[in-house]
Design a protein around this ligand. Structure first.
Ligand code: 3HC
Length: 707
């Protein structure tokens, strides 16, 4: 948890009690998000006792300062010894309060924050507020009564939906579900809370606490839990906490409140102890930590980005244009070919329409976003763009020509970015007279969906340009990670290791489905060969063919994948690749034709196949990645292990419950990995298995990588 290292400024008393007329107001003020750390917990209990003892206060109101209601327990405290009062103790005290307590919610009421609100007698929310129990995303379950109280308000089925997804609901939805009692449009949370308090004072009664309610849980069909368990076994077999969530909500409907709460506590502690909790919390902080680039001060000036240009209306360019339009930023989309531009715009509209059909955009929003994308054949229209992202064909010659043109056309101070995935950003920058304004912005396909953005800092990229690109990444909802220039940058360079080993293992005797099974059992959503089929075998094959035709001495003879491509088996798009696919289905089916091609390829190369163990596949695919990642750190291409973790989490489906590639490597044991890397270096050889000096040093010193 990188954030732990930072010095924390704790306000002397983050919770204050004061009276307004006959309403006792408890204000939580613990920036940035009022996380419920020890100071907030003890402050809440003290303020509550003060309010209960205050004869002048007929009703108590909990309200938060700043941008949000409490956003949950303080995540930085997990895994450390916790001092009393615990959050369940705070919540239990609220539950037995002898005066009505109101929670006035604005911003986000999440996790423990919502659990505090659930233990209040009344909840009012501003219309813009969002409420949820996201603990599952951290490998946890709501551990302060959330699994017991939420079903009592919204019913067990909806409670399971909310707690298993971890996604918040809007205040409007919360009102219709019965989660909040009133929603106010505008005004401050204090005003909304005071109005609710006046209503309660006029009424004069003490509302029933949520814990005493049974109307929404009585008569729950046990089949609900059987069905949810079956869904989880199918969809999330690896995950620990979702199964415990079902157990806890079941306890809410089968046990009296106090026993259900005790069961919830046991299940929460089991989750807290699980390695998945540690991994997911590392992933949470990793996403935020990468925004703080070492050596780039937080107050580095940034440039205003009000209008963006995208060069190239292909799949990548179109996806990139959508990223900006989705964030409300106008885009000029340039392509030199009229048909290309037309196709690109049509593809963008198709994607938006499909999203609208799924109910995630309204027709009006589709039109607004389309209106933000201005297609043109004229580079001249880029003259006033603040940033241009080039997404043209992957050829140095073409890219340098485009950058020379951009340099002539674009206004001084405009940032010129390339979306190259393989070419040298410095060589592209050298084609311009402003290399300080050039950098790489490497989006991942589909660009409008994938959250990763590698921000490639060239040798001459200026600090404000890098800072602007990092800030822009956040503005368009991406996880921007700053990396240096090398072939494949960080993500693809590591992926290449896994790909090479996967191919070699098949040549030696494994089947593609065996390799894929080991990777999906590890937790990747797709194995290497299923991913190849999804991306399209033809892409790599065409590049390799070009190199062979050009007489590149490093080009290798066609392998079995190339033979599949030669036969028109391009992957999912042709319903046949490494696997075959029934029409309209994405389920890979092993194909004897492919087995025959692989066997023929082995014969041609004189390889006698041998049985390959799952353990060898796991080691060779994953340890080769770790070894390469360590070399990337040694070379300074990535500044910190956390950067590599975030890249693999957000760009390549690394299982988030394992924390990230290097977080996992430290858990796996660097000694064990270093021993295996050296063994494969002796046995297989090749520069790829040359052990990283950093890996060997850390293993020998018994310290985690990067520390
Ligand atoms: N504990 C500690 N720090 C937290 C925190 C938390 N619960 N939530 C956010 N922060 C920190 C972030 O690390 C970040 O720190 P930094 O500035 O040093 O990087 C800072 O607050 C601001 O966070 P964001 O950059 O994420 O700000 P956003 O405005 O984009 O998002 C948010 C705000 C929606 C609240 C988002 O931070 C979030 O989703 N937080 C986590 C909420 C959560 O998971 N709550 C449940 C906790 S577990 C729990 O409550 C257990 C209970 O059931 C017992």
């Amino acid at each position: 948890m990188p954030s732990q290292a930072q010095t924390e400024v704790v306000p002397s008393n983050p919770v204050q009690y004061a009276r307004q007329g006959n309403i006792g107001v408890i204000t939580v003020d613990y920036p940035p998000v009022n996380a419920i750390g020890h100071g907030v917990r003890s402050g809440l209990v003290a303020a509550l006792e003060a309010g209960l003892a205050d004869d002048g206060a007929g009703v108590l109101l909990i309200v938060c300062a700043g941008r949000s209601f409490m956003a949950g327990a303080d995540i930085r405290e997990f895994g450390k010894p916790s001092a009393p009062p615990t959050l369940p103790e705070v919540v239990a005290r609220l539950d037995t309060a002898t005066k009505p307590v109101i929670a006035a919610i604005h911003g986000t009421a999440l996790g423990g924050g919502l659990e505090v609100a659930l233990a209040c007698h009344v909840r009012v929310a501003l219309k813009s507020a969002r409420l949820g129990l996201p603990e599952v995303k951290l490998g946890l379950l709501p551990g302060a009564g959330g699994t017991q109280r939420l079903p009592r308000l919204v019913g067990p089925a909806k409670a399971l939906d909310m707690i298993l997804s971890g996604d918040p609901v809007s205040a409007g939805e919360a009102l219709s579900l019965g989660l909040v009692d009133a929603v106010e449009d505008g005004g401050s949370p204090m005003d909304a809370g005071l109005r609710a308090a006046e209503r309660l004072l006029a009424d004069g009664s003490l509302p029933q606490p949520v814990s005493a309610r049974t109307d929404r849980i009585a008569g729950t069909d046990p089949a609900l839990f059987t069905a949810r368990r079956a869904e989880l076994a199918r969809g999330q077999p690896h995950l620990f906490s979702p199964h415990r969530i079902v157990d806890a909500v079941e306890a809410a409907v089968t046990l009296p409140f106090a026993e259900g709460a005790a069961r919830e506590r046991d299940l929460f502690l089991a989750c807290l102890d699980s390695p998945q909790r540690a991994g997911l919390i590392h992933a949470f902080f990793a996403e935020r930590e990468v925004a703080k680039v070492p050596g780039l001060p937080a107050d580095t000036p940034t440039r205003d980005i009000r209008k963006v240009g995208v060069v190239g209306a292909g799949t990548m360019g179109g996806g990139i244009a959508m990223c900006f339009a989705n964030a409300g930023i106008p885009v000029v989309l340039v392509d030199s070919a009229p048909e290309g531009l037309e196709r690109g715009i049509a593809a963008i509209r198709r994607t938006y329409d499909a999203t609208a059909r799924k109910g995630r955009l309204t027709a009006a929003q589709v039109e607004e976003r389309m209106a933000l994308i201005h297609p043109t054949l004229s580079y001249g229209e880029l003259a006033d763009a603040d940033l241009v992202v080039e997404a043209a064909f992957e050829s140095m010659e073409i890219k340098q020509t485009i950058f020379r043109t951009l340099d002539e056309i674009c206004k001084p101070g405009a940032i010129l970015a390339t979306n190259t995935s393989t070419l040298d950003v410095d060589a592209i920058a050298a084609a311009t007279g402003r290399p300080q304004d050039v950098l790489g912005m490497h989006f991942f396909s589909p660009a409008n969906v994938m959250r990763l953005l590698e921000v490639v800092r060239g040798a001459k990229t200026s600090a404000p340009v890098l800072a602007t690109a990092m800030a822009l990444a956040r503005r368009i909802g991406k996880v921007g990670v700053a990396v240096g220039v090398c072939h494949g940058f960080v993500g693809n360079r590591i992926l290449h290791q896994r790909g090479r080993e996967s191919m070699a293992l098949v040549e030696e005797g494994a089947s593609p489905e065996q390799v894929d099974r080991v990777l999906t059992e590890f937790g990747f959503p797709l194995g290497h060969f299923s991913m190849t089929d999804l991306a399209g075998i033809d892409v790599g094959w065409r590049i390799r063919e070009e190199r062979r035709k050009a007489g590149d001495p490093e080009a290798q003879a066609p392998d079995w994948l190339d033979i599949l491509a030669e036969r028109g088996r391009y992957g999912q798009k042709t319903s046949a690749g490494v696997y075959r696919y029934d029409s309209g289905s994405r389920t890979p089916i092993p194909d004897p034709e492919v087995t025959a091609v692989i066997e023929e390829d082995r014969r041609r190369r004189g390889i006698a196949p041998r049985p390959v163990s799952n353990e060898e596949i796991r080691e060779r695919c994953l340890y080769a990645m770790v070894n390469e990642a360590a070399k990337i750190l040694e070379e300074g291409i990535a500044a910190r292990p956390v950067d590599i973790d975030a890249i693999w989490l957000h760009g390549y489906g690394f299982p988030s419950w394992r924390g990230g590639l290097l977080f996992w490597a430290n858990q796996e044991g660097l000694g064990r990995i270093a021993e295996a890397v050296q063994r494969y270096h002796r046995g297989i050889g090749g520069p790829q298995w040359h052990p990283s000096a950093l890996l060997l040093q850390c293993a020998a010193a018994g310290r985690p990588i990067g520390c």
